[in-house]
Write a protein that binds this ligand. Structure first.
Ligand code: AMP
Ligand code: MG
Length: 403
């Protein structure tokens, strides 16, 4: 494949055409947090299964027109079926969550009573149904409670436990092999030689994969040698569902990744008209997606954010793949790139009645500091300078509570 440059939207479409959800598996409830459910779940029975008291107090017959003095006739505890029947003139002690004894139709709170020996005096009138949670009032038998495609959070998992589903069908996390490439790249714990730099990409990408719901697999640094790269790529694809590499996708004579992927599989594109992240090769090898990201640390993370994260989410069964977007206004003038769409790292904040964006300073694709504190990427199409106040689109890359 030659070096055809495609638009970001076209890159998105070519990736999505090749990526599909992984086959669902059965998971136990302690393994499902954050996963996407792959089946519909119904309540098997009414919940609560019995009419229950919602307070600690006295089970009574509300319509009882005897004075507000009742004979104590027994105890009802959570976890026990009541042994007494409540009739007019009597009251049975019940605890929160305990079944309502037969005959009773309301519960008077302890706070609304005074005990006098074998009697209880009710200090206020009681209506039928008061402080009683009827059978089936939370969930009705056969009711659809969770639908395939829902993301399993605390409430969803609580509901699964409530209806007795200790195992459910859900999507697994994609296993993502991460390789750094480059003769100049060394481990973070090493002291770089005169022409070397430390590997930041693999550690940054592992964290990004984890945040996106994937399971990262760190496969080290590979030198710019075709045989070594080929061996590493094949080994990675044996162990993982997805491959991410960084470096070696530009025009240099040591940039072997593109030709290698073309040899091993199909390259779907290798240039995107965007900044940062123009050199970016997407291929499939044996049907497995391979994202060959540029080596510059910001380019690698921005390309991950825009393309790899949504792909991993799709594999994990998500249907909402993109981050939320919102219109914002520029706090200061901005010079767009003359030909490429730029994804500008920015801080978006509410000021007065509007949302405003300021960039994080110098936007060099090597300057990781430009990602620091950024909660948005501004999508800036090519064109003439944009004056302060111009409306642009912000892609929100972190959640508000993370700032
Ligand atoms: P490349 O895409 O291989 O042309 O690399 C572009 C730039 O990114 C070069 O300055 C590399 O030294 C740098 N680079 C490549 N790989 C890494 C890495 N794993 N961590 C940090 N910088 C890298
Ligand atoms: Mg290189």
């Amino acid at each position: 494949m030659g070096k055809e440059m495609i638009e970001p939207q076209e890159a998105w479409e070519r990736i999505m055409a090749e990526v599909s959800p992984l086959p669902p598996r059965r998971f136990t409830l302690d393994e499902v947090a954050g996963r996407v459910l792959a089946e519909d779940v119904r309540a098997e029975a009414d919940h609560p299964p019995f009419a229950a008291s919602t307070v600690d107090g006295w089970a009574v017959v509300a319509g009882d027109d005897s004075p507000r003095r009742r004979i104590l006739s027994g105890d009802g505890r959570a976890g026990e079926m009541p042994a007494v029947t409540v009739v007019p003139g009597t009251a049975a002690r019940v605890m929160t969550g305990a079944p309502l004894p037969p005959g009773a139709d309301a519960v008077v709170m302890v706070e609304d009573s005074e005990v006098e020996g074998e009697f209880v005096h009710l200090t206020r009138a009681v209506r039928p149904g008061e402080n009683v949670r009827p059978a089936g009032s939370d969930l009705a038998a056969r009711q659809l409670i969770l639908a395939a495609g829902m993301v399993l959070g605390p409430a969803e998992i609580g509901l699964l436990a409530t209806v007795g589903r200790f195992e459910v069908w859900a999507y697994p996390s994609p296993r993502v092999a991460i390789l750094s490439t480059g003769d100049e790249v060394v481990e973070p714990w090493e002291s770089p030689g005169p022409a070397q730099i430390r590997d930041s990409n693999r550690y940054a990408l592992m964290a990004a994969v984890r945040e996106a719901g994937g399971a990262p697999l760190s496969l080290g640094i590979v030198p710019d040698r075709p045989e070594a790269l080929r061996e590493a790529i094949e080994m990675a694809l044996d162990q993982a569902d997805v491959l991410i590499t960084s470096g070696g996708v530009s025009e240099g004579e040591r940039d072997h990744i593109g030709p290698l992927l073309a040899e091993l599989g199909t390259v779907h594109f290798n240039r995107v008209r965007q900044k940062p992240g123009k050199p970016f090769t997407f291929a499939t090898v044996r049907g497995q997606p391979c994202f060959a990201l540029p080596g510059n640390p910001v380019s690698a993370l921005v390309s991950f954010e825009l393309y790899v994260r949504p792909a991993l989410r799709r594999m994990a069964g998500h249907t909402r793949l993109r981050r939320p977007e919102m219109p914002v206004r520029l706090r200061h003038p901005l010079q767009p790139d003359p030909v490429r769409t730029e994804f500008v790292r920015a801080v978006v904040e509410q000021e007065g009645d509007g949302w405003w964006a300021r960039t994080t300073g110098a936007q060099a694709s090597s300057r990781l500091l430009s990602m620091l504190g950024a909660n948005a990427l501004l999508r800036v199409p090519p064109g003439p300078v944009l004056p302060e106040g111009t409306g642009v689109t912000a892609i929100l890359i972190t959640r508000p509570e993370d700032h």
